[in-house]
Design a protein around this ligand. Sequence first.
Ligand code: ZN
Length: 408
Amino acid sequence: MHAPDLQLPGMPNIHSHAFQRAMAGLAERHKNPTDSFWTWREQMYRFAGRITPEAQYDIAAQLYVEMLEAGYTCVCEFHYLHHQPGGQPYADPAAMSHALIRAARDTGIRLTLLPVLYMTGGFDGRPLSERQRRFGHEVEDYLDLVSLLQREEDDRLKIGIAFHSLRAVPELSMREVLDEIGKDRTPIHIHIAEQLAEVDECKALRGCRPIEWLLANMPVDDRWTLVHATHITPAEANGVAERKAIVALCPTTEANLGDGLFPLREFFDLDGRIGIGSDSNVSVSAVEELRWLEYGQRLITHERAIGITIAEPSVGRCLFEQTVAGGLQSCGQPAQAEDRIVLDPDAPALFGATRDDLHDRFVFGGNRSLIREVHVGGKVAVRDGRHPRRDEIAAAYRKTLTHLLAQA
Ligand code: ZN
């Protein structure tokens, strides 16, 4: 038995695009005089074009093993890779979703699957580009997909909904979907205000900023998760906090893509709620997300200890507890509160740890994994730091990745 004081709650990962794990580290070369989020997106689209349901399964299974070993016990998949590359649905219109569900079941991670509605290529309503066609749905087909998937829900699988972004879903279509789900406790996720170009386009075509528009026009409440919300004004932050919506922060991806920094301290001062996501999966580590969440703020403010509240002066504990609580709300899975991780009592970085400094040591104490066990839904998913199927799943992933890279 481990000392009970080395246990922590499992960490929810509230924003992931599984397939992007396979391109981590492959988009880091200077290629364009104006390398940006938008040039990265073109590379990502080219890569996405090669993913089959079989590849999706192998990548997701590998990713979920890594997530479990890193202490993530639930993942929200923001899933828009629905159809065949040309845009034709698969014979099973949920084939790509089913690959994610199987990967989650085979590895033991909890999954909140968010099939994404993606309809237009910009705020002006332009059609999807050729590379975006496999993401697209009409509202009716989208609702069919959601209800088909909802029939498969169980105590570890929750189906939510997602709008890709304001630029990708017209207002009327958002309303049609929301009317259909009514007041259900369905999680609702949306990418919002990640990039300045998106804010400028929204202002030009809708006369206001994206978060401002969302708060004024949609029934944003505690079912909603606003992914990134990077470019947020004080008034918008106040509105989001008042509605008790979650902001999903993805510090390693936001840093990797040059998005910008969210005003964390100001949002905490408003009692705002946050969770963390691994997003592009360029890093699969709750520790690294939390650490970057704090370090980004220190670098810009020239101060220390930013991620705190009046009630909680320990940065590690404050960030950990805030992101677990926000994450549980965002995932919408009640049984998840029992999931936990057990830290390694033999790790030198934890020698002499007390309940007072445990979270700070875990978050700031180095790079060796300090996680010994992970429990999901009462079952052991990781023992002695390893997932029991790690080698077998990595062997399948190696084959798939080799094949994908050969097509480049
Ligand atoms: Zn995303």
